[in-house]
Design a protein around this ligand. Structure first.
Ligand SMILES: Nc1ncnc2c1ncn2[C@@H]1O[C@H](COP(=O)(O)OP(=O)(O)OP(=O)(O)O)[C@@H](O)[C@H]1O
Ligand SMILES: [Mg+2]
Length: 439
């Protein structure tokens, strides 16, 4: 926690600073309110201690300015001895507390500690609220720069603003649930509830009651009510029993357009045509599928395989305290050729096991892929890819890795890969890599 100490008297500044530094605060001192205002912003991670009587801007005006900028910033005012009206006025403007001169250093420390705790809570809450309503956090979770992924991001941003219901299809592990959450978070519904239900996990009567009521003792409100104004995620919509489909249709029709609650139907059937379209009554299907997002299988976006593998490899390496994985050209080719029936989820799983293997110093990525293939039967066969695609994916991975290791230092990357600046810049532009992402 930082403490900004504002006082025109140097002795005073220094002694307060010393006391508080002894209690573990990071102190900074300012000789005038004007100077302090330049350094303190709305999310200032700390507490302000200010004298009232100062030449130039006095402490009361300073306090007003701070409160106008961030009304929950704790400001401790130092008042003259017996100056009760001043102290009262400071509290009225929004001071956290006041100390009368001469004051006991322990009292100052206690006050600063309490104010610091309050501040931390405020800032944590703010960060949490921002993260929840900030779709960019979820958008950043969506890794991949293949053209399909770029389009997917645009679709999410567009559809996030729209009011229509959305149907999401795709093989298992392609990111349907992640995308559904992103859709909610990037739009005007972000601050509203997101309620999700696994359709296959309940029988007809239970699902009907869960969604529309009457509710059991365990549940206050039917899910349709809970989701009002927000999004209702139907996971595995193809499993909706007929009777529930009929009730859902009525609810949708009653809402009219624009819909108050957005329904995001997630189809988990491998083939949406037979698995989803046939399982749902047509009037319901066409309402839910007003807009569609089809997530491609991982094997269809070769460019992303190595990027994802590295990104998750890095994360697991950090988690397990080992080095980031170094993928050889041969391993890269194997990753690109694998059929990935479990898509991104399977890839995350393999990346984790690769890190654990590396830590033990045994095993290869190929053996992991093989073991997975045998387990799942891997009916899907990998398509051969043109050599160019392998080479480009590998090149991109190397530059991406090296940039990360050098934290965006172009000079370091030029040297390690023996690349002239211009070639490096060209390649980075080609692969959509931007230096600012590594700083
Ligand atoms: N493009 C992506 N970038 C980063 N992580 C991803 C991406 N796509 C999916 N993931 C991650 O992969 C895992 C599987 O994704 P998710 O659960 O959304 O898939 P799903 O299609 O809903 O799977 P299922 O059909 O089994 O429900 C999650 O951990 C998710 O965060
Ligand atoms: Mg899912």
């Amino acid at each position: 926690m930082r403490i900004a100490i504002v006082d025109d008297e140097q002795d005073m500044r220094q002694s307060i600073s010393q006391w508080l530094a002894l209690s573990g605060f990071e102190t900074e001192t300012y000789a005038s309110a004007e100077e302090a205002l330049k350094a303190i912003g709305p999310d200032f991670p700390g507490v302000v201690v200010s004298d009232i009587k100062m030449p130039g801007m006095d402490g009361m005006v300073f306090l007003k300015r701070l409160m106008g900028m961030d009304s929950s910033l704790p400001v401790i005012m130092i008042t003259g001895h017996g100056d009760v009206p001043m102290a009262v006025e400071a509290m009225r403007i929004g001071a956290y507390d006041f100390l009368e001169k001469p004051f006991n250093p322990d009292r100052m420390t206690d006050l600063a500690k309490r104010a610091g705790q309050t501040r931390r809570l405020t800032l944590d809450n703010r960060a949490l609220r921002r993260e929840l309503s900030d779709g960019t956090v979820l958008m950043r979770k969506l890794i991949g720069s293949s053209p399909v992924m770029e389009r997917l991001r645009e679709d999410i941003l567009d559809l996030g603003q729209a009011d229509c219901h959305v149907l999401i299809t795709g093989e298992t592990g392609t990111g349907k649930t992640l995308v559904a959450h992103a859709l909610h978070a990037v739009g005007p519904r972000a601050g509203k509830p997101l309620v999700s239900v696994a359709c296959a996990a309940h029988d007809e009567a239970a699902l009907g009651a869960l969604l529309f009521g009457p509710t059991s003792e365990m549940q206050d409100l039917p899910l349709v009510e809970q989701a009002r104004g927000g999004s209702l995620l139907l996971e595995g919509v193809e499993a909706l029993p007929q009777a529930v489909q009929a009730r859902l249709l009525t609810v949708i029709e009653d809402m009219g357009m624009p819909a108050e609650t957005r329904i995001v139907a997630i189809c988990n059937a491998p083939d949406p045509d037979t698995g989803c379209e046939q399982a749902l009554r047509p009037d319901l299907f066409y309402r839910l599928a007003a807009m569609r997002i089809d997530l491609p299988p991982l094997r269809a976006r070769g460019e992303d395989i190595l990027t994802l593998f590295n990104r998750f490899g890095d994360e697991f390496a950090e988690e397990y305290g080992t080095d980031a994985p170094q993928v050889t050209a041969q391993e890269a080719a194997q990753l690109l050729q694998a059929p990935w029936p479990g898509n991104v989820r399977q890839l995350i799983n393999i990346a984790e096991r690769a890190i654990l293997q590396q830590r033990r110093g045994s095993g290869t990525i190929a053996s992991l892929l093989m073991a997975d293939g045998e387990e799942t039967g891997a009916q899907v066969t990998a398509e051969g890819k043109p050599l160019k695609e392998y080479v480009e994916a590998f090149e991109r991975m190397l530059i991406d890795n090296t940039m990360r290791r050098h934290r965006g230092s172009i000079a370091g990357v030029m040297e390690e890969l023996s690349l002239p600046r211009r070639t490096l810049n060209e390649k980075m532009a080609k692969y959509g890599l931007s230096r600012s992402d590594y700083l």
